[in-house]
Design a protein around this ligand. Structure first.
Ligand SMILES: [Zn+2]
Length: 131
């Protein structure tokens, strides 16, 4: 399994549920209507199931990074990826980080290893892969 696979997220504008894509596969939230019951306040539950990206043809999707980390982690677990940790260097795990000067809201720089990453933990520049 390759490391550092890129994961993309989309909002399904019909259901407001989150999909994620890795390569040619997409993780779809499959609504579990049978799971609606008084104990969960009739909230619709879902399970994540992998299928071809071609299944998204005709869907009304908005691709975005602005997904809460907790939801990203649901998808990352489904893909077998490491979960995101916020405000920690995803490369060396150091908490010795600072906000990027140019993009302080979204970009972080690790003072320990020199990697750059987004505030949601996605690595932009892995300093350990540069020799
Ligand atoms: Zn680091």
């Amino acid at each position: 399994m390759p490391r550092n696979r890129t994961i993309q997220y989309a909002i399904d504008n019909e259901t407001n549920l989150i999909l994620s894509r890795v390569g040619s596969e997409v993780m779809f939230p499959i609504i579990n209507f049978g799971g609606m019951n008084p104990s969960n306040n009739y909230n619709v539950g879902y399970t994540l199931e992998k299928d071809s990206v071609y299944q998204t043809i005709g869907m009304n999707l908005t691709w975005t990074r602005k997904i809460p980390t907790v939801l990203k982690n649901e998808h990352r677990r489904a893909w077998g990826m490491k979960e995101l940790k916020q405000e920690k260097c995803p490369v060396c795990e150091s908490e010795n980080i600072r906000a990027d000067f140019d993009f302080p809201k979204t970009m972080r720089c690790c003072k320990q290893c020199g990697s750059d990453f987004l505030s949601d933990g996605e690595v932009v520049l892995n300093a350990r892969k540069i020799k």
